[in-house]
Ligand binder design. Structure first.
Ligand SMILES: [Zn+2]
Length: 428
């Protein structure tokens, strides 16, 4: 690719600055909250109209039969494809269109797309409507600048990433949309910062542990058996033995932030005894010994670890508690499991994006691995495509926070990197 093309591509992206801002704000204004999965059809329709205007063939796919799909909350996805002048490789940008709940602590309307000091604020601004908007602008700028390119450009916006991706990328991968015969390069514009390439992610195992007891009157607890006290013993054992063990397990994966370069465990929730009452209930609780207590574990593991060993550590811990507490009974249920994945540094998409970052930002990219999983897991495992990275604008730490924002210049820079990547891969 010559300097002249690079210059024209960057100019073409700069010329679309207002368009990029408007697109990002429009996307934020469609509140695609997940759960439950609101306005998926609306956002797909909006993108379909825009991309059809830019010459893409568009397809809307509903992930019928996937976990959260219902007639009230259908899981809609859009895949748009633009064909070049002759057949060749396909570069695919995949963004999730869903956003998480807003939570508390916002100083602006989370669905207004407020623009202030070179930033756009809103739920999903950085995770990841800013990245989606940047990829659309990059593709449109590339197609306008290099209309005779070889191959194809695809853009997808998919559902449910925040809840596992089964109604989104997993479904499309199962339908063959990420088959290596159809798509050769995948970039997921998650907010990993414009100068970093994310090669993959750690593994996950979620499990529910339930301790069992016997209900009795709270004034005579000795007649019952408290599942909460049993769970207290489990939590104590986790503190005393499991956390210290996890702190000794380190990875060679370049995970960011650095605190995640070891095995980690979060206890997502705890529930014991009486179910919580509806908000607004003003009565007192009933005095009962808890006969059930449940926690949900969120264990993140390393590429160096084996998932069977990860599970064995927890069952061994429960057996240790059992040995010390005569009436202790438990159940453990697997909820969710994802293997760690990491794309090779010399994979074509990694090398090409790295060169484009050097050209646009005049610096070497950093290579990172995400502490949490994202849709790469489905592209890797179901789609069997290994040439996949996450690259996009926005600061990862802002994701899911109040006053989430994305920088306009960051979106523009990463759109330039994406446009140069397209030119390198498709005009060779
Ligand atoms: Zn995301």
């Amino acid at each position: 690719m010559g300097d002249a093309i690079e210059y024209r591509l960057q100019t073409a992206v700069d010329a679309r600055r207002d368009d990029l801002v408007a697109l990002c704000r429009d996307l934020i204004r469609i509140p695609t909250l997940n759960p439950p999965g609101l306005n998926y059809r609306e956002i797909c329709g909006y993108l379909a109209e825009r991309l059809a205007r830019s010459g893409f063939g568009v397809e809307l796919v509903r992930a019928e039969g996937t976990p959260a799909d219902s007639s009230k909350h259908p899981r809609w996805n859009i895949i748009a494809r633009h064909e070049g002048a002759r057949p060749g490789e396909c570069v695919h940008f995949n963004s999730h269109h869903d956003v998480v709940e807003i939570g508390h602590g916002w100083s602006v309307d989370p669905f207004e797309g407020v623009m202030k000091d070179g930033r756009i604020y809103g739920r999903g601004a950085c995770d990841m409507k800013g990245g989606l908007a940047a990829s659309v602008i990059a593709a449109e700028a590339f197609i306008a600048t290099c209309p005779n390119y070889t191959g194809a450009v695809e853009i997808s916006a998919t559902a449910d990433e925040e809840s596992g991706g089964y109604g989104g990328v997993a479904h499309l991968a199962e339908k063959g949309y990420f088959d290596p015969s159809r798509v050769q390069h995948v970039i997921i514009p998650e907010p990993l910062n414009k100068d970093r390439i994310c090669l993959g992610h750690r593994g996950v195992w979620w499990a529910e542990i339930e301790t069992k007891g016997r209900i009795a009157h709270g004034s005579m607890p000795f007649l019952g058996d408290s599942a909460i006290r049993h769970m207290g013993a489990v939590l104590e054992e986790i503190e005393q033995t499991l956390y210290p063990l996890l702190a000794t397990k380190h990875t060679a994966m370049p995970v960011v932030p650095e605190g995640a370069r070891q095995s980690t465990l979060n206890i997502n929730s705890i529930h014991g005894g009486e179910p919580e009452q509806e908000p607004g209930y003003t009565g007192l609780p009933a005095p009962c010994v808890a006969d059930r207590c449940r926690i949900i574990l969120d264990r993140r593991f390393l590429i160096e670890e084996d998932v069977t060993e990860v599970k064995r550590e927890v069952t061994a811990l429960l057996e240790r508690v059992k040995a010390q507490r005569p009436s202790f009974q438990y159940e453990i249920r697997d909820l969710f499991e994802v293997q760690p994945t990491m794309t090779e540094r010399d994979a074509p998409v990694v090398k090409t994006v790295a060169e484009a970052i050097e050209k646009v930002l005049a610096k070497q990219p950093a290579y990172v691995v995400s502490p949490g999983t994202y849709d790469q897991k489905h592209i890797d495992r179901i789609g069997r495509l290994k040439n996949c990275i996450a690259y996009g604008p926005g600061i990862l730490d802002l994701a899911h926070q109040p006053d989430e924002w994305v920088g306009i210049d960051d979106m523009l820079d990463s759109a330039k990197v994406m446009a140069l990547t397209l030119a390198e891969l498709l005009t060779g």
